[in-house]
Write a protein that binds this ligand. Structure first.
Ligand code: MG
Ligand code: MG
Length: 602
């Protein structure tokens, strides 16, 4: 597989972008004309840099508003093109992207358009340059790849072909299957972009909201399948206009971009039963082995876990690490960390083949996470997620393996529970990369996104889960101006009321829920009075839908983390979304009160 990326995807100057593309392992780049225009380096210097880094210049783009124009305007098209061909020769680029006219076209007559493109191609042929014609979704007369292909066929020049761009085709809902009727050698270039399903102006959608493959709602594997079946053998190139990626770290975004192509090629090959471009198969995640909390001082976490009824299983033989369990929920407290605020630092997953999972992660460019282990200790395979969270894979029975490294605690396992979900939150610039990581490296699927109103703006939420729902990560994107929300680990119990009552008796302070929330529950669900009183007395939240019921409560936040206890009745499959705004507001209130106390004390 040959890979390429348009410099317009990345932040920084042209030279920085080119270095980042090479470092990420791309084979080539599309040089955006505007990037070159703004660069202090000459075309010869850019060419030399690409040569030195082993990068091909696959495409020079775009050349706009060329065709469908009156004679005088077309004379100027040829003059402009000649000047750009000069630049391309100095750059060593032999493919030019010509996109369909949006501004100056006066005719949709396909004979006129074909004739002008033929003349442009003839001029290019004198320089050994090939023209790839692209139908923009918002082109004045040509806005459909099938029309562009008709025109290219009519022009009939060996150095005139098509550029197919997944965004322009899929955003318009055009059927991509007709791509297979185009001879592969006439498809000169392929640009790939994903996008979220949005109902908005297509130009704005394209300019600001394109995503890397695997991060949006387009069927890109289906699309790529058509293009490869047509016989296209050129590079898979990314052209992603996105406001976030143009601001994020260029090296990191280039690596992220490259991962998306590896994922897409593998996925397309797998779906079609092709052998090329395959990487190690994604391992089905069968459960959550443990969650790890790190911080310099985790005594507050010990206290909350004890109050909840977790069993203290002991200290690690060789490290300042402790283990608490409640049934199948295992929480590892790691004090090898300097951070003052306790944070969720790792998630252990059980899989069929841990080695295969870590090999796939390496193929997708995920960095291995370092973990100190001594002789006789179980070495868990781990990688770092983009936000630094460690992801560990275990293919053995934990009770028989790593848990034995802890001693000095209770032998019993605590009350019956398991991890229901781990709620992960991200800063605006981390979110799309995290979604791709969870789908490609961890092998989880995405559920439709939702938005939750919080006190500092809308929190975008996307659930990533295993196909059987055993592993669920609701992922939240903070509004740009708000701090990243705290993360939480939710454990599922058989009887949330009983767990809550015992925890209260042990002195656990719950997140205080305002009385208004119970008036609302009474109005919405006609709950019987004793049950409503129990909810109110214990500070529990409640939700119900056609499938079942959900009873849950939250501990106060410790550092950047809190714990949720949930009971699912019937086939309830949600996360208590109606309670989320209440929870966010209650946490904010509590944080403010604490701050006033601290300030008063100081
Ligand atoms: Mg394009
Ligand atoms: Mg939750």
């Amino acid at each position: 597989m040959n890979t390429s990326v348009a410099t317009v995807c990345l932040s920084g100057g042209l030279v920085e972008k080119i270095h980042a593309c090479a470092e990420a392992g791309f084979d080539g780049v599309e040089i955006m004309d505007a990037d070159l225009v703004a660069a202090p380096e000459s075309p010869e210097e850019i060419r030399a840099l690409c040569d030195r880094l082993g990068l091909r210049i696959d495409l020079f783009q775009p050349f706009r508003d060329a065709e469908g124009v009156d004679d005088a305007t077309f004379a100027d098209t040829l003059r402009r093109a000649g000047a750009k061909f000069d630049v391309m020769e100095r750059l060593g680029a032999d493919h030019m992207l010509v996109c369909s006219n949006v501004a100056t076209a006066t005719t949709g007559d396909e004979d006129v358009t074909a004739g002008q493109l033929a003349a442009l191609a003839d001029l290019a042929a004198e320089r050994g340059i090939r023209i790839a014609y692209e139908a923009l979704a918002w082109g004045r007369f040509v806005d459909d790849y099938r029309v562009a292909w008709r025109i290219v066929e009519k022009a009939d020049r060996p150095n005139l072909g098509l550029c197919l761009d997944s965004f322009h085709i899929l955003s318009r809902g055009h059927d991509p299957s007709a791509i297979e009727e185009i001879p592969g050698e006439q498809i000169f270039f392929l640009q790939l972009a994903d996008a979220p399903a949005l109902d908005m102006d297509v130009l704005q959608w394209s300019r600001h909201h394109r995503l890397f493959p695997g991060e949006g709602d387009f069927d890109l594997t289906g699309f790529l399948g058509h293009v490869l079946r047509a016989g296209y053998r050129g590079p898979l190139s990314l052209e992603v206009f996105n406001d976030t990626f143009r601001q994020t770290d260029v090296v990191r975004t280039a690596a992220h971009a490259r991962r998306s192509l590896t994922w897409l090629a593998d996925r397309t090959a797998t779906e079609n039963g092709w052998s090329g471009a395959r990487i190690r198969e994604a391992q089905h995640v069968t459960g959550i082995d443990f969650v790890e909390v790190a911080g310099a001082d985790l005594r507050d976490v010990d206290e909350v876990l004890g109050q909840l009824g977790f069993a203290f299983r002991g200290r690690h033989r060789s490290k300042p690490v402790r283990l608490w369990t409640a049934g199948e929920t295992r929480i590892v407290l790691d004090e090898q960390d300097r951070a003052e605020r306790p944070r969720l630092s790792g998630i252990g997953l059980t899989v069929g083949d841990a080695r295969a999972a870590s090999e796939r992660a390496a193929q997708l460019g995920a960095p291995a996470a370092y973990r100190r282990t001594y002789r006789g200790e179980v070495e868990l395979r781990a990688v770092s997620a983009p936000d630094g969270t460690g992801i560990y894979w275990n293919d053995r029975d934990p009770e028989g393996s790593w848990i034995r490294e802890f001693d000095g605690g209770d032998a019993h396992a605590g009350f019956t529970s398991r991890v229901d979900h781990v709620n992960l939150s991200y800063a605006w610039q981390e979110f799309d990369e995290a979604v791709l990581f969870m789908s490609s490296v961890v092998g989880l699927g995405a559920r439709q996104a939702a938005e939750v109103p919080g006190p500092r703006g809308l929190v975008r939420s996307q659930v990533m889960r295993s196909s059987d729902g055993v592993v669920r990560f609701p992922m939240n994107l903070a509004p740009p101006t708000a701090p990243v929300p705290d993360r939480h680990v939710a454990i599922r119990v058989d009887d949330a009321v009983a767990v809550a009552r015992r925890a209260r008796e042990r002195g656990l302070r719950f997140l205080p829920i305002p009385d208004n929330a119970y008036d609302d529950l009474r109005a919405r669900f006609a709950l019987d009075a004793p049950f409503l009183d129990t909810l109110r007395e214990l500070g529990l939240l409640y939700d119900r839908d056609a499938d079942g019921e959900f009873i849950h409560f939250y501990t106060p936040t410790i550092g950047g983390l809190f714990i949720e206890v949930v009971e699912r009745r019937g086939a309830y499959d949600g996360y208590g979304a109606p309670g989320a705004p209440v929870r966010l507001q209650a946490q904010r209130q509590l944080a403010r009160t604490r701050q006033r106390w601290t300030e008063g004390a100081a």
